[in-house]
Design a protein around this ligand. Sequence first.
Ligand code: SF4
Length: 439
Amino acid sequence: MSLQLVRGHDLRPPSREPRKRPAADAGFPSEGVTPLLSPELRLHRLAPRFPVSPETSEFYRRFWPGTTRADWNDWHWQFRHRIRTAEELARVFHLSEDERAAVTTHQGPLPVGITPYYASLMSRDDPREPLRRTHIMTGAESLRLPGEEDDPLGEDHDTVVPGLVHRYPDRVLFLTTGTCSTYCRYCTRARAVGNPGGEYQFSPKQWDQALAYLEQHTEVRDVLLSGGDPLSIADEKLDWLLTRLRAIPHIEFVRIGTKIPVVLPQRITKELVRMLKKHHPLWMSIHATHPRELTPEVTEAFARLADAGIPLGSQTVLLKGINDDITVMKSLMQGLLKRRVKPYYLYQCDPIRGSGHFRTSVDKGLEIIAGLRGHTTGYACPQFVIDAPGGGGKILMAPNAVVGRDGADLLLKNFEGGVYRYPDPDGTLGRTVATLAAE
Ligand code: SF4
């Protein structure tokens, strides 16, 4: 797919100049008739808005009659109108029998949840369309294959106080909430999200326990806020949490892991960005799956975050039939980079229960990395990792470039398959390969 044409839009980087409001934008008084607005409010109103295409307007008018453009661009409206049930899905999508049966019989955590905005990107007719496959459950999700676990990464084992996972010596994973704006069918934390009445509860009381632990553990210098999705938390609560974390002297910086800029870009309001900016150094890892997600709305959300000085990285899960293709992956990675998001991790899909239909072989991931490395900008190449089942942490996977050794020379294969020599008289690398090859 051309990156230039997603939903008929030219994806040029957004202008950071204030946009002129169209005359037809009723409900927002024009500059000329609001002389008493405060300078701050005037700036707010002149700031870039989320673009809404004619196709999008047609979509929301059809499925949510009476919805205004202001409603559509209001993240609270989007959140409240998430598609949650088989009936709501059937209003928008032509469900396959498989999808309908899976949604109707589903019990437990990881319910269906899709923002109207994200639904507008999906095919209404084709159950094989990539974004739809990642969010509407099918019968395959109820199959449990060998090696699949509810908690494959052993996070529960490394949980030191509720919601705080301390696996690596100097950093922690802080699970802030069980809520997401949308629920991905391959979620590593399927056991913990979207189940507010269930086993996993995340509350300010728990946050206090986690904060007390962090205050005592001076070896922790890096906190990753995750969940669920931390950006589903109200600004004031998140501000409170970030303020408490930044007040701990040994915590050098905080990261937020989120999918919201991609599935609910309207959440990236000026107010949110202004609040986040107070807590630098603050980094953000954005979960992106497919180039179809890189719409003008998402481009605007990324730009707001990047303009606030928040370094943006991406995380992508390798998914069978969705993004396990070099062309698709290259388009995604280059599209992210173009929008100031550094492709960071490509994950081998974790073996959670019911993930067999999403998981590729590890060879496929290596093939994709080989198809990127040298064939596109180095910045566009993510690190391919397997999060080791059982809690071993991330293990870097890369195509083997070492061909062998010829005396003092190490023999290396480049991205085009050509073999090159590097003088390495004291090295041992390649000897084993050469020995094995000789046998
Ligand atoms: S947004 Fe993240 S935490 Fe939420 S369902 Fe998707 S993968 Fe899981």
